[in-house]
Design a binder for this molecule. Structure first.
Ligand SMILES: [Zn+2]
Length: 599
């Protein structure tokens, strides 16, 4: 009995068909049955690819393209839930094969060795999701599906698979149990809709470590399928079943005409169609993993053309760009260290107002605010309050606020951020001896001075008090109040209270994200700042071909490009108002400019 179970296990885990079988052509034929426009799309794309190749054939060294990858592991058994290391081994194989860094490329027969190409394409596991959340580029989905076979089931959560990440930004690779004999299949450019675009590989043929099928244990199934995804077809031209199996073509001019696929590990040469030997070592043939090890220059040109023609959105994807560094935050505190804090005015006004700052037992003042100053460009993520009393007859709230300092005589001016907080919540926190922390959903940016405090909506009905220092320090004079007539007064004012105090409020301020401020400074300058839409960059006659990249405060890349003139302008008037961080690279020097866009 034990032997029987073991045998079944062996078969189910490790058996794959002896001959390689790629499902890409069959998958495409199924798509074409249901969509008459696919062939026309492919013809149009083919003409664009040929045009690109003819216009760029002599361009020499090109940039190295970097493709962000997400690998979706869709598993039903532990064996199918392949390790992160196995996934990484596949990425390593792709990078070696597409950069001609695979050691076995040296096995290429001499008559073809000059054709073997460095395709100058690299692959990286995604470091950020479409929502800019951190990721290792691998998703894992437990499924009840036994196996998937060819089709879109594995590409949809609704059918037991995993939905694609935006395929304009990532190469989606699904790894699952494909029904024998299919090792993998891919979507050629322009043949399917975005949610189904990508590559599917059997888990027994993915990567080069783990429990892999013996003939497919070097990651070449994925190298092959990604070749399809870049618009390569099989090197024999997929005409093996036609009357003249030498008539077809793979649209690549340096792969020899070949009658049909080669399987296993043939000795070279095995000739057909009058060639000097089938190029069975080509990644787009059907040989075993150990016996395929090259793309040709013609295949490379075709793939580069496909990237530029139909997959160009990947070239501006930030899927592999590192997430901004964690926020570095501090608290600003205007209460002098060592000061004793007491409930505001509790001694002086005990008989009159029972010490309350505002509310039913006191004056009907509207707002209280504490003045702060900070370096420009800080982010105020939240405020901390040490309230001493809070009560409400109903569902009372206070509005926690940040004001700029643009009011008369430097008083609080425009409210730049606010959040409502329940008085009952504050009362509960007071009874638990807890501070009240309020985090802003959209943290405002501050240049210089600002005020932090709160506004009481119904001082006739509700009550609030806050701890303060009340010892008339010379270094205080930082608290202001807004009286029932909406007039702002400093606490030293005879119209307010003739006492200088600081309220127990702290501001949680953070550095901008995404930029290392200490990079070596280049000579560029940017102006004006703030800008109402046009920003000018003066490169000081250094390095006209400088690259620029702009980040929003949450680390998103808002734009990038090249400055071709020593004095260049950008129009960012379409962007949302806010702070943007421009990083300019002039050769090995960087300069950063924090630009505020106002509207
Ligand atoms: Zn194939």
């Amino acid at each position: 009995m034990k032997i029987f179970i073991f045998t079944i296990l062996l078969l189910s885990q490790f058996h794959l068909t002896a001959q390689r079988f790629c499902g890409t052509a069959d998958y495409l034929n199924e798509l074409k049955k249901n969509n008459n426009s696919i062939s026309a799309n492919q013809d149009l794309l083919e003409s664009r690819i040929q045009q690109f190749i003819s216009e760029n054939s002599n361009s020499g060294q090109r940039v190295v393209y970097r493709i962000p990858v997400v690998v979706h592991v869709v598993y039903n058994t532990d064996a199918e839930n392949i390790s992160d290391a196995q996934v990484q081994s596949q990425i390593d194989v792709l990078n070696e094969d597409y950069r001609k860094q695979n050691a076995d490329v040296n096995l290429t027969p001499s008559i073809y060795s000059s054709l073997a190409a460095d395709c100058e394409i690299e692959f990286c596991l995604a470091t950020r999701t479409i929502d800019n959340l951190p990721t290792n580029g691998i998703t894992r989905t437990l499924t009840t599906a036994g196996n998937f076979g060819m089709g879109n089931a594995v590409k949809q959560a609704a059918t037991g698979g995993k939905d694609a990440w935006n395929s304009t930004r990532y190469l989606n690779i699904w790894v699952c149990d494909l029904s024998d004999p299919v090792l993998g299949f891919a979507t050629l450019p322009g043949t399917t809709s975005a949610p189904f675009d990508g590559v599917v590989i059997d888990y027994r043929a993915f990567g080069r470590i783990g429990n892999l099928s013996a003939s497919y244990n070097k990651g070449r199934t994925c190298t092959h399928e990604v070749g399809h995804w870049f618009n390569l077809i099989h090197n024999w031209g997929d005409d093996e079943n036609s009357a003249d199996d030498c008539a077809g073509t793979d649209n690549v001019n340096d792969t020899p005409n070949q009658a049909g696929p080669r399987f296993g590990c043939p000795t070279f040469p095995q000739a057909s169609c009058g060639n000097s030997g089938d190029m069975s070592m080509n990644f787009m043939d059907y040989t075993n993993d150990a016996c395929m090890y090259m793309f040709t220059t013609g295949q490379k040109n075709r793939m580069i053309a496909a990237i530029n023609s139909s997959r160009s959105t990947l070239l501006v994807s930030n899927g592999c760009e590192p997430l901004p560094a964690p926020l570095v935050c501090d608290t600003l505190d205007n209460v002098i260290g060592g000061d004793g804090l007491t409930e505001y005015l509790s001694n002086e006004f005990d008989s009159l107002a029972n010490g309350y700052l505002t509310g039913t037992n006191s004056y009907n003042d509207i707002s209280f605010a504490e003045k702060f100053s900070t370096n420009s460009g800080k982010q105020i993520n939240g405020l901390l309050f040490d309230f001493s009393t809070a009560s409400t007859s109903g569902a009372g709230i206070v509005l926690v606020r940040v004001w700029d300092a643009s009011g008369p005589n430097g008083s609080p001016g425009v409210v730049i951020s606010q959040k409502s907080v329940s008085l009952q919540l504050i009362a509960n926190q007071i009874s638990n001896f807890e501070l009240t922390q309020v985090d802003f959903d959209s943290p405002p940016y501050i240049n210089g001075g600002f005020y932090a405090g709160f506004t009481m909506l119904n001082p006739e009905e509700d009550t609030i008090a806050i701890f303060s220092n009340q010892d008339d320090e010379v270094n205080t004079n930082t608290a202001w109040l807004q009286n029932a007539d909406s007039q702002w007064l400093p606490f030293q004012d005879t119209l307010a209270y003739e006492i200088k105090i600081s309220l127990a409020i702290k501001a949680i301020v953070c550095n901008p994200v995404g930029i290392d401020e200490d990079l070596e400074t280049a000579t560029s300058i940017a102006f004006p700042n703030p800008s109402s839409g046009i920003v000018n960059f003066d490169l000081k006659n250094e390095n006209r071909n400088s690259t620029w990249i702009a980040y929003s405060i949450d680390g998103r890349i808002c734009g990038k490009g090249v400055f071709n003139e020593t004095l260049s302008s950008l129009n960012i008037s379409e962007w949302n108002a806010g702070i943007y961080l421009f990083q300019i690279q002039q050769n090995d020097k960087f300069s950063n400019h924090k630009i505020q866009l106002i509207k």
